[in-house]
Design a protein around this ligand. Structure first.
Ligand code: SF4
Ligand code: SF4
Ligand SMILES: [Zn+2]
Length: 159
């Protein structure tokens, strides 16, 4: 459902410039702290991924076999998100965090810390501020070094 509302919001982007018009449903924040709204797979037109908490039948194999999604504490329903876990940061999260920090300038562990300290709503507000393109206001994709809408190069290290 929310996917459609995003498509509409993208169409209206020209008149709705600016971060205050963006919305990121809490369901798009994955257990590991990833903001699936910023993922290339969520953004793509063909076979978009519904996000980690979405319908498994629509996801890529790599997401279905993710060792965090399949952690027994998450998959078994004990925890909805890793920040309450006594094993945090476990090796799986440390590895993912390291990869994302070096490749995309984003930290799952920092995300989880913010969620723990300030709550999910505050985290989402900060995400919208942080990831809105300073040139056109559209949300950036963490996996792409430039804004898809206006070409602004936000990740100079990757260009
Ligand atoms: S591919 Fe993985 S990170 Fe990307 S939206 Fe889907 S579940 Fe989230
Ligand atoms: S932090 Fe805890 S809940 Fe999250 S993947 Fe590691 S062991 Fe599982
Ligand atoms: Zn832009």
């Amino acid at each position: 459902m929310y996917k459609n509302s995003w498509i509409i919001s993208r169409k209206n982007m020209a008149k709705n410039k600016g971060s205050k018009h963006h919305r990121i449903p809490t369901d798009l924040i994955a257990p590991c702290g990833m903001n699936c709204r910023l993922c290339y797979a969520f953004e793509r037109e063909k076979n978009p991924c519904p996000g980690c908490r979405g319908d498994d039948s629509l996801k890529m194999k790599s997401c279905l076999t993710c060792n965090i999604k399949n952690c027994e504490l998450i998959a078994g329903g004990t925890l909805k998100i890793c920040h309450g876990c006594e094993f945090l940061p476990c090796t799986r999260l440390k590895n993912l965090d390291k990869r994302y920090r070096s490749k995309y300038g984003m930290s799952m562990l920092e995300n989880l810390k913010t969620i723990e300290a300030e709550g999910i709503s505050s985290f989402i507000r900060k995400e919208i501020e942080k990831w809105s393109c300073p040139e056109c206001g559209e949300l950036l994709c963490v996996h792409k070094p430039a804004c898809e809408e206006c070409g602004y190069k936000w990740n100079q290290a990757a260009t």
